[in-house]
Write a protein of this length. Sequence first.
Length: 416
Amino acid sequence: MEWPIVKLGDICDFQNGFAFKSKLFTDIGVPILRISNIQSGSIDLKRVAYTDPNSYKENLDRYRVVDGDLLIAMSGATTGKIGINNTGIDFLLNQRVGKFVPSNKLDKQYLYYYLSTQVEKHLEISAGAAQPNLSTEQIKGMKIPFPPIPEQKFIVAVLDQAFADIEQARAKTEKNLKDARELFESCLQQVFSQRGEGWEEYLLGDVCTFKHGFAFKSEFFTQDKGYVLLTPGNFFEEGGYRDRGEKQKYYDGTFPNEFLLSKGALLVAMTEQAVGLLGSPALVPKDSTFLHNQRLGLVELTDEFRDNLSMEFLFHLFNTKYFRSKVQETATGLKVRHTSPKKMQVIPIWLPSDLNKQKEIALKLFNLKEESLKLEEIYKAKALQLDELKKSILQKAFSGELTKTLEVDTNKGAVA
């Protein structure tokens, strides 16, 4: 049996919000539900404004939002987002937030599931619009499959159980992902904190110096040709080279040859353009392709250690919590923190005197990191599969496939 397709406005009332005045917002009173409070199917209480209803001559009862009410953002960055008030708190409905008031023939949870996956498609929200808006007419005119109440409730029950199972699987996947990341981090910290025989203490300046990069002229920056211009954006906060893809900067001008980097060269971010970036290291992945830009320190070994210290070992050392905390202690600046080679030279470090031991440690950590990243990719793929499964179940639900079981059971009952 096919379901009728009806306009939402025929089976559901829709209440627009009130234009509350920002000058009458207070720190206490009745909370106002604004478009920014509707996030990911629920109500976000991080940025809530309040007001005193007695400050208005209008009767605000019709703008009350109670527990269980279904809402939609009609403007701004969250346009089309659906939320259910499960906070246990009563709100006042602000302008550009709409409230659905279903008839007794429309299950509210059925409507929520349908809207949360179909609203953007049916309302044709422009992805390129800087400030998209929805009108009441658009919302009321949206088409919705309209099965009888028993089938609506059946669909809701199936979706509730399916999504509970999916969320349980997602939680397990996210835990596995977290464990995979922590496995490498734990081993890294253990190697450098539980130093064995043959480790010796030095100041960082005893083993290496940091060379400043070159101030390349912006007039020769390009988007797709020339040498790769390394910037702090090419560094992962946890260490390592980041390919910036289409955002990568290139350089097509002349420059001193000493700033053309060799494969395996080790650089350190000397400025913190993102939290956790200061002191982050990266090894140059290719020969004669990358340029040494300013705000990056090129590690150069001292004469004593030129043939006795592994750059790969230093890379891992620079990623330890100990080293990063020491770099932070050297940093200055309020908005953007930065350090200098002179300040970093006095950081105490420990390393094995045996070069082969250094290489052995570095190789072990690189292999473990590679395994960790493989596990991360597996668990990320599983998370995406769960998202696709959720979409597939929803599609089946609103095409009538999930109610076939109900029809079979009903027919059996009739025969009996």
